[in-house]
Design a protein. Sequence first.
Length: 129
Amino acid sequence: MKKFFNEFKEFAMQGNVLDMAIGIIIGAAFKAIVDSVVNNMLMPFIGLLTGGTDFSEWAWTIGSAKIEYGIFISNVINFIIVALFLFMFVKGVNLLKRAKKEEEKEEEAVPEKSEEVKLLEEIRDCLKK
């Protein structure tokens, strides 16, 4: 049993598992921000564009069953907005990464002078004096 717990401990402490756990926690916090943007800023604007329509109230009643297709429509709209928001966020991050890589390439592009060139430059500088 001790071997099992040691293996589990080793698994849980691997970098990938910890990175994933941190990503999930940050993702949950980010979801709250995105949901707030969608529900409190964008959906009221969409409501204005659609004449104040509240999709969540749309439903069919068949016998005693209530099929709330309006909530589904609201969730689809919410998903599209969140996906668009995340796409723009990732695109911005990738743009920053690309700019940083190009900057690093420019810094690497300047080759270091060889010992022979350095020696010749010293000789040149001495002759100028």
